[in-house]
Write a protein that binds this ligand. Structure first.
Ligand SMILES: Cc1cc2nc3c(=O)[nH]c(=O)nc-3n(C[C@H](O)[C@H](O)[C@H](O)COP(=O)(O)O)c2cc1C
Length: 414
């Protein structure tokens, strides 16, 4: 019986354990988690979501405070178009986050950065260009383009000295999205080095509509594989979403996947950025507490726990400090919903906003508990302690369980 360790992910001459820990913003997939994946010979991701905040927290910097100071005058204004990111500061924060992570890297694996296009930051092209270039400058092994079609993203870095040697990949949820990407980037004469195919059971935002349950990862992967074969394109495919055991991963690898991308199992790792009380909520979640809804202002459906404090919360938009979801015109659908509720409930101190969430603030505070479909199985991956809580796991334990387990078994911690 085969295990994941019988396979290797090949990038040119480099051979890796074919386990990729997916990016989880905002700093849920921490540097510590990514560093463990790399040390163990696999691939880890950090995320550049809300990088100014992340750099503040990691390095005691003051990027958020400085931005808030500059735009404080606008806090009560519903028009947020003046609230712009300082591109120099954005580059500095990214270089700190990425650079310090890469300095700490040990072992033969890779560390990539998850870069979401939907973080439009009131200047989509300019901020994305700075984020990607700063990450390359700071020595990241590669960039995974996420949450968006990224039709212009290669062009934003094609003149960067590392454009051809860094590993560049994209996450897609359909053959159509991949075809569009390939067509629009053909001019740069560079193929992606890998394609993550994310199915409907993943955590975070989904690349599907509310009919997500009608799709199935294996079918999408097979479709994309056939297309690549027909086009004679040799691009490693990395399925993601619902790969919960080593045997699930082996099933993907036997069908020709180059590796698997996993995340949910690592949300209960000690190295994960979620606070421990939130990790206990993930352990305890039951199947009926895991829902896909439309409260994210990105417009994508998102999977989360129903007891997330963010759901229904009516906090005042905090775009002067954050503002990562502001579109090119300085709008965010949460602001619209918030203003509607304020107008409908004059004099009420704490309003509730049900249809949208202030994603920046809620993710920053770990109050929006996004999760994969199989989160309700996490309790089977650990031991219940006498006080009713579950034992946190080491990232190494989870990684090695994926790498060596057979028969759909999950090794419990010592
Ligand atoms: C808590 C959490 C946060 C996530 N955040 C992001 C993100 O910021 N960007 C992204 O591209 N994918 C994100 N994902 C998706 C993962 O990177 C990954 O592709 C997917 O969850 C894999 O499926 P699994 O969780 O069933 O293993 C997130 C997943 C989880 C569980």
């Amino acid at each position: 019986m085969k295990c994941v360790d019988d396979f290797r992910l090949r990038f040119g001459k480099k051979e890796l354990v074919p386990i990729v820990i997916g990016g989880m913003g905002v700093d849920i997939s921490t540097a510590e988690l990514a560093l463990e994946a790399a040390r163990l010979g696999g691939v880890g991701h950090i995320s550049d979501a809300m990088v100014n905040t992340v750099a503040d927290r990691r390095f005691n910097a003051k990027f958020v405070k400085d931005k808030l100071k500059q735009y404080k005058f606008n806090v009560a204004n519903t028009d947020k178009s003046v609230v712009q990111f300082d591109l120099g500061q954005l580059a500095e924060a990214t270089q700190m986050h990425v650079g310090r992570t890469m300095e700490a890297k040990r072992g033969d694996g890779l560390i990539l950065v998850n870069c979401m296009e939907k973080l439009t930051m009131n200047a989509p092209r300019e901020t994305l260009r700075v984020r990607m270039r700063a990450a390359l400058d700071a020595g990241i092994d590669g960039i995974t383009l996420a949450a968006g079609l990224h039709l212009g993203s290669f062009a934003l870095i094609e003149d960067h000295p590392r454009f051809r040697d860094a590993r560049l990949g994209i996450i897609v949820s359909s053959l159509r999205a991949l075809q569009l990407f390939l067509r629009k980037t053909a001019r740069t004469n560079r193929l992606p080095d890998y394609v993550v195919v994310e199915g409907p059971l993943a955590g975070g935002h989904l690349g599907f509509g509310m009919d997500w349950a009608e799709y199935d990862l294996a079918t999408i992967v097979a479709e994309i594989r056939q297309f690549l074969l027909a086009e004679k394109l040799d691009i490693p495919l990395i399925p993601a979403g619902g790969v919960f055991t080593g045997s699930d991963a082996v099933a993907c690898l036997e069908k020709g996947a180059a590796a698997v991308q996993v995340a949910t199992r690592f949300t209960v790792a000690r190295e994960c950025g979620l606070p421990e009380d939130v990790q206990q909520q993930y352990f305890k979640a039951s199947e009926d507490q895991i829902v896909v809804n439309q409260i994210s202002p990105t417009g994508y459906p998102m999977r989360m726990l129903t007891n997330s404090p963010a759901i229904g919360d009516g906090i005042r938009p905090n775009c002067e400090a954050y503002g990562y979801l502001l579109d090119a015109n300085g709008s965010c659908s949460y602001i619209t919903s918030y203003n509607r509720e304020v107008a409908a409930h004059p004099g009420v101190k704490r309003i509730s906003v049900k249809d949208k969430t202030c994603l920046c603030t809620q993710m920053r505070n770990f109050d929006l508990w996004t999760c994969g479909h199989y989160t309700y199985r996490l309790k089977d991956t650990s031991r219940k302690l006498d006080d009713g809580s579950y034992q946190l796991l080491s990232a190494e334990h989870i990684f090695r369980d994926y790498q060596f387990s057979t028969d759909n078994k999950i090794a419990l911690p010592e």
